[in-house]
Design a protein around this ligand. Structure first.
Ligand code: ADP
Ligand code: FBP
Ligand code: MG
Length: 343
């Protein structure tokens, strides 16, 4: 078969490892040929792609980013979008199937296209770990390791000055990155989108920690909404599609802590550092296994399905399952973390 790969949505360490393993498995096991669409769905719509021979994926599993580039092009709303044009482009370039690697937005597009007759399978990716149908997505472990390292560093400088240190991490709708990196770094408070909490409570934890001679570390997810606020802080404008650009909650929390407790405080926003650089060993393995399974799905002609992790197995799931709401942090997981907050 001749198969096209694409990466779409926010990038994430491990995308290249998926590309590599699909290509190697296809060439070695089935005699397939590969192309890579450039810039997500845009590449399919415009017939813009590169050939992916075996040597093009050499050494790729350790490289961050995506060699294909990514975009947030909408497969239907683009002027030349829609399944008829895509089917024509695939036919013109003799491409039999598409492997779409993306998050819930990209996979929603893939599902709709599969329902409209486009031969497409999915691979789930997101550093936020918010996709329901899979236990983990690659990129998450790398983000945790980067954030944990950053917080370890914040703690040594914080302790030296006896300051309260705040770290703002990614997590638009869910707090998995905040929960895991905060727990790993021994945070004294973790603030996540799923759990409303008052600044009075946060300040109580901060004061307890400060008064026993430690430097408090507060981890806040970008999508955290304080108890008396209406929505997440989005002080950085909007995306093309009108989606608000989140950010600023770390600064806001820091100013509140300083004003309410008088403890000198500093914010650090980790931002895209969490998404850059080489994937961890765990993410390389997960991404590699997803790529292999996705290629098998193509040969099973399992259009509208994706690879997913369940326990230690890589399984096939319907894209509809992946799109059935986000995987939020359960209340029990937050209660468990909360045992370690404050005093
Ligand atoms: N329901 C949908 N149907 C088709 N395309 C969609 C849908 N939702 C989102 N998209 C497209 O997918 C792109 C990628 O989604 P986004 O949420 O930004 O990234 P991710 O795929 O990482 O979740 C969006 O910018 C949009 O163009
Ligand atoms: O700066 P960008 O690329 O718009 O992305 C910001 C968003 O991407 C993420 O890192 C991951 O989101 P996706 O999984 O939807 O790609 C979010 O945590 C963050 O809100
Ligand atoms: Mg998304």
């Amino acid at each position: 078969m001749r198969i096209g790969l694409l990466t779409s949505g926010g990038d994430c360490p491990g995308l290249n490892a998926v590309i590599r393993s699909s290509v190697l498995h296809g060439i070695k096991s089935y005699g397939d040929e590969f192309v890579g669409f450039k810039g997500g769905w845009r590449g399919v719509i415009e017939g813009d792609y590169i050939d992916l021979p075996r040597q093009s994926v050499r050494g790729l599993s350790r490289e961050g980013g995506t060699i294909l580039g990514t975009s947030r092009t909408h497969p239907y709303n683009h002027p030349q979008g829609g399944p008829e044009n895509m089917a024509k482009q695939l036919k013109r370039h003799d491409i039999d199937a598409v492997i779409a690697i993306g998050g819930e937005g990209t996979l929603a597009g893939a599902k709709r296209l599969a329902d409209d007759g486009i031969p497409v399978v999915g691979v789930p990716k997101t550093i936020d770990n918010d996709l329901k149908a899979t236990d983990y997505t690659f990129g998450f472990d790398t983000a945790i390791s980067i954030a944990t390292d950053a917080m370890d560093r914040l703690r040594t400088t914080g302790e030296s000055h006896h300051r309260c240190m705040v770290a703002e991490v990614m997590g638009r709708h869910v707090g998995w990155i905040a929960l895991h990196s905060g727990m790993a770094a021994g945070a004294h408070a973790i603030l996540i989108p799923e759990h409303r909490i008052s600044m009075d409570q946060v300040c109580e934890w901060v004061e307890q920690v400060h008064s026993r001679g430690r430097s408090p570390l507060v981890v806040v997810a970008e999508g955290f909404i304080p108890e008396d606020a209406e929505e997440a802080l989005a002080g950085k404008g909007e995306e093309e599609d009108g989606r608000p650009r989140l950010g600023g909650i770390g600064d806001w929390v820091t100013r509140q802590i300083e004003a309410k407790t008088g403890i000198e405080s500093r914010n650090t926003t980790l931002g895209h550092i969490q998404r850059g650089g080489n994937p961890t060993g765990y993410d390389r393995v997960l991404a590699t296994r997803f790529g292999i399974r996705a290629l098998d799905l193509v040969h099973e002609r399992a259009w509208g399905h994706m690879a997913a992790l369940r326990g230690t197995e890589i399984v096939k799931v319907d894209l509809a399952e992946a799109l059935d709401g986000l995987k939020a942090v359960p209340a029990e997981r937050y209660d468990e973390a909360q045992i370690l907050f404050g005093r």
